[in-house]
Structures are given as structure tokens and as C-alpha cells.
Design a protein around this ligand. Structure first.
Ligand code: NAD
Length: 474
């Protein structure tokens, strides 16, 4: 099929899918808002309100912070189905069932319990280190997890004693605003503080820029792709930057192939591979490549012919002529495999989870962070080549990598070579965020600035308090 024909088919499929459905106005929402329950139409007013709220929080007790955090958790538990539905309707990406799973995860991110005071006592007295708030934090959130990121950031930042002013992604702003309104309303009822979680109702790049340079914003936390990561890094403010990834998977000849296949499909299918930690390309040692692909078909993968993967890349990715880099076309981000396959005239079963095909490095799905359930499978000669290619196509983001192997030496090599923030061994990507693995969850994984899987501690300043020659009790 030539490019014009593909373009025609793509247009036809999009036309058949119809316009993006309007977000249904939730029952308890208010028509407009500005200035109450955290919703603002300009940054300066939001910062003023957030500053007042933060002072009230800082003057209050730890119990008050805990109560505010519990309000957010309670509202998520209460409204999870509606939140999942309105986010899905507005963004039109991912899978409804996984929107629920992400909200459930957002509700259990860590809170005040993480802020443990450290103490050193000796001949010269006692020194304690306490974790103090920054103040008002400027936040930018992605379209891929709009409500979960606002909720997760809010829980961690408030637990640490901060308030926030958030510029949500314009394509996921309505649902984020509605969730924030409900969080704030509950917090006002339980603590008397309004505007701990401030959102800009009509976010733009200009409002983001105002947040980045507002003198009363003490810290930034941005979650998104390369553009926003760079903008935050050059802002001159202390920034927690949760940037892009392109997580590779390495499978060596010692792996449990059945488990590897199941895990790769599970991870790439989760929310149609929107997650920054999701499996995006696979490098498999050639001697087990056929077995892996056969097992992937048994676990819900639909195998495409290599030529079909090339045609799919032309249909759903676009090439930046200046840089030569490929990007996913917006209208295909997070779409179901059936919709994607239809763009090249291929029909797949209604229960297919992921499309995949054997290919080589020349296929654009390998370097591109596609954010859709399509996996290029690249057979290579041996584990060293697999690791080298995985590191190369992760582009130095040092975000997330996965490996399936029973050889500890190989796993260690991969851990060292990738230098990734999250390295999942013998598990699907959600294990990196505590789903099927140990640890805690977060929706902001800060690789460029080094905080890693963020926690309330990421939003604190360490302050030391020293008593000389006294207060020691032994
Ligand atoms: P995106 O970069 O298009 O947008 C993210 C946010 O940044 C949006 O609110 C957007 O309006 C804003 N933005 C973009 N450019 C900006 C600029 N120059 N100045 C100010 N604001 C700007 O990303 P997306 O499509 O919403 O999300 C997907 C991307 O986010 C992927 O690259 C994914 O890997 C990444 N992501 C990372 C994490 C993490 O924890 N590291 C989590 C989720 C998503």
C-alpha cells in the first residue's frame, strides 16, 4: 500500500470512529469556578490562594495534613468509576478498566508516614534533621494519566506540607479540574483549608511559563515528554523532572519464555501502553525468538507480518523532517489494537491485547516512544548485543528497562549498562510501581533530576536543628 492509500485508509478509519465524545458534566460540578475549590483562570490568583492555603497548612498540625491526604484518598475511592469514565471520555486514550486500576494506585501513594525525622546523638549533644515543606509547588501533568497524576502529586506534596498550582495538559484538563474541585471541597469540609490543590482551568503554554517563572513558586514538578522536561530544567527553579522514556525489554536464552511472553503482553497492554514505564520494544536472543513470539500469541498478542508493521508505522507515526525522529500521531496514542490494525486493513480478534511483529532496528517503532499497544520484536545474536541495543534505543533517558533471564551475571550486566531508574527483572512493567512487585507507587518518576520514584520526601527541604552538649539521655 502506498503512502497516499494509507493516508486515505487512516482518514476513513478516523471518520468512522467519529468525533471525540463530549465530556459529560458530572452531577456535582459547578458551571464556573474561578477562585473556589482550587479552580482558577489565571496563575497569579491561583498562586496567591495557594500561598495562603500553604501557610494555613504549615501552621497546622501533622494530623491536619493527614486529614487532607485522607480526603483525596476518600474522594478517589468514592468517585473512582466516574473519574475513570470522564478521563476516558475526554482523552479518548487507554482502557477504562486500567483507568480504574491507576486511580486505585494513586489512592495508595505514600503520605505523611514517609517523613521520618533523623537524629544523631553523641558527646556533643543531639542533631535532628527534619523534612520541611518548600511552599507552593508548580506542577505540570500529562494527558496520559491526568487525574492520577494530579491526585498522586497532591497527596505527596500536601503530606510534605506544600500546596500546589497545576497546569494540567489541555486535553485532559476538564477531568482534572473536576477531580481537583472535589478533592478541595472535601478538604475544606474536614480541615477548613481551601485551595491546597489549585488548577488552571484553561491551561496554555503561557500559563505554564508563568508558573515556571512566578517569584512565589518555590519548586517545580513536571511530568511529561521532552519539551516540558527541558522547559523545567532551564527555568532556574529547583525542579523535579519526570521526563520521557522508551523502555526496552531484553529476553535472553535462559529466560522462562512462557512467563516472559505473558509479562511482555501484560505490560504493553496495560492502558494500551500509555505508561512511561511500559514495554516499548523487545530485543530477544535469536535462539529463543520464535518460541517467544509463539508464546506471545498464546497470551493475547496478535502477530503481524513484518511488512504490516512497516505499513502500520507509516500510518500511525509521523517523522519530524528536521530531526528525523518519529512521534506517535496524536489520534492513535493509546488506541486499541483493533483500531490500529484497521488503519492498514488488518482485522484482529476483539480480545487481542497487543500487536507485534518480528522486525529489525530500521522499523520506526524501535526508537519511537509509541504509546500504543504495538511491539517491535528484534532478534539479536546474543545477550550482549541485546543489552547494547536496549541501552542505545532507550536514548539515555535512564528511565525504565525490563529483562527476562535466569542468569544473574546477565541481569547484573543489564542493570549496570542501563543505569535506569527502574529495572524490572522477570516481571511486567507495573511491578516497577508496586503492582506485582514490592515498593510504593508514584505517577512521577524523576530520572533527569534523580529523585527516582517520587515520594513525599522529594518535595521537602532537609533542615538541621542542633543542640550542643545537651538533650542526650544516656
Ligand atoms: P507532553 O510532553 O505532550 O505534555 C506533558 C505536559 O507538559 C502537558 O501538560 C503539556 O501541556 C506540557 N508541556 C509540553 N510542552 C511544554 C513546554 N514547552 N512548556 C511547558 N509545558 C509544556 O506529554 P504527554 O503526551 O501529556 O505525556 C506523555 C509523555 O510524558 C511521554 O513522553 C511519557 O514518557 C511522559 N511521562 C513521564 C512520566 C514519568 O513519571 N517520568 C509519567 C507519565 C508520562
Amino acid at each position: 500500500m502506498n503512502e497516499t492509500l494509507i493516508a486515505d485508509v487512516v482518514s476513513a478509519v478516523l471518520a468512522r470512529l467519529g468525533p471525540v465524545p463530549a465530556v459529560q458534566t458530572p452531577a456535582r460540578s459547578e458551571p464556573s469556578s474561578a477562585g473556589q475549590f482550587g479552580i482558577f483562570n489565571n496563575v497569579d490568583a491561583a498562586v496567591e490562594a495557594a500561598t495562603k492555603a500553604q501557610r494555613q497548612l504549615a501552621d497546622g498540625s501533622l494530623a491536619m495534613r493527614k486529614a487532607a491526604v485522607e480526603c483525596i484518598r476518600h474522594v478517589i475511592r468514592r468517585d473512582r468509576e466516574e473519574f475513570a469514565r470522564i478521563e476516558f471520555a475526554e482523552t479518548r486514550m487507554g482502557r477504562l478498566v486500567h483507568k480504574l486500576a491507576k486511580l486505585d494506585l494513586a489512592a495508595i501513594v505514600p503520605g505523611v508516614e514517609m517523613l521520618r525525622t533523623e537524629a544523631v546523638s553523641g558527646d556533643h549533644g543531639l542533631t535532628i534533621t527534619e523534612y520541611a515543606p518548600y511552599g507552593v509547588i508548580g506542577v505540570v501533568t500529562p494527558v496520559t494519566h491526568s487525574i492520577p497524576t494530579v491526585a498522586c502529586n497532591a497527596i505527596m506534596m500536601i503530606a510534605a506540607g506544600n500546596s500546589m498550582v497545576c497546569n494540567p495538559h489541555p486535553s485532559g484538563a476538564k477531568c482534572a479540574v473536576e477531580a481537583a474541585r472535589r478533592f478541595n471541597r472535601e478538604i475544606v469540609e474536614k480541615t477548613g483549608i481551601d485551595n491546597l490543590i489549585c488548577l488552571i482551568e484553561n491551561p496554555t503554554l503561557e500559563s505554564a511559563d508563568r508558573i515556571f517563572h512566578h517569584p512565589r513558586i518555590r519548586m517545580l514538578c513536571v511530568t511529561g515528554g521532552p519539551g516540558v522536561a527541558k522547559a523545567a530544567l532551564v527555568s532556574g527553579k529547583r525542579a523535579v523532572v519526570a521526563g520521557p522514556g522508551n523502555p526496552p525489554v531484553v529476553v535472553d536464552e535462559t529466560a522462562d519464555i512462557e512467563k516472559a511472553a505473558a509479562g511482555i503482553i501484560e505490560g504493553a497492554a496495560f492502558d494500551n501502553d500509555l505508561l512511561c514505564i511500559g514495554e516499548k520494544e523487545v530485543f530477544v536472543v535469536r535462539s529463543v525468538a520464535d518460541a517467544l513470539m509463539a508464546a506471545m500469541e498464546r497470551h493475547g498478542g496478535h502477530r503481524l507480518a513484518p511488512a504490516d508493521l512497516d505499513r502500520l508505522a507509516q500510518a500511525v507515526l509521523s517523522r519530524d523532517e528536521k530531526t528525523g525522529h518519529y512521534h506517535p500521531k496524536k489520534e492513535f496514542v493509546g488506541r486499541d489494537p483493533q483500531v490500529l490494525a484497521e488503519t492498514i486493513g488488518v482485522r484482529v480478534a476483539a480480545d487481542a491485547q497487543v500487536l507485534f511483529a518480528q522486525t529489525d532496528e530500521s522499523n520506526p517503532f524501535v526508537p519511537c516512544e509509541q504509546m500504543m499497544p504495538v511491539l517491535p520484536i528484534v532478534p539479536v545474536a546474543n545477550v550482549d548485543e541485546a543489552i547494547a541495543k536496549a541501552v542505545h534505543y532507550e536514548h539515555g533517558f535512564r528511565h525504565t528497562v525490563m529483562m527476562w533471564s535466569r542468569n544473574v551475571d546477565n541481569l547484573t550486566k543489564m542493570g549496570k549498562a542501563s543505569d535506569a531508574t527502574i529495572f524490572v527483572k522477570n516481571g511486567a512493567c507495573p511491578a516497577g510501581l508496586s503492582v506485582g512487585g514490592e515498593g510504593y507507587a508514584s505517577f512521577s518518576i524523576a530520572s533527569p533530576t534523580g529523585e527516582g520514584v517520587t515520594s513525599p520526601l522529594s518535595f521537602t527541604r532537609a533542615r538541621r536543628c542542633v543542640m550542643v552538649d545537651n538533650l542526650r539521655i544516656v
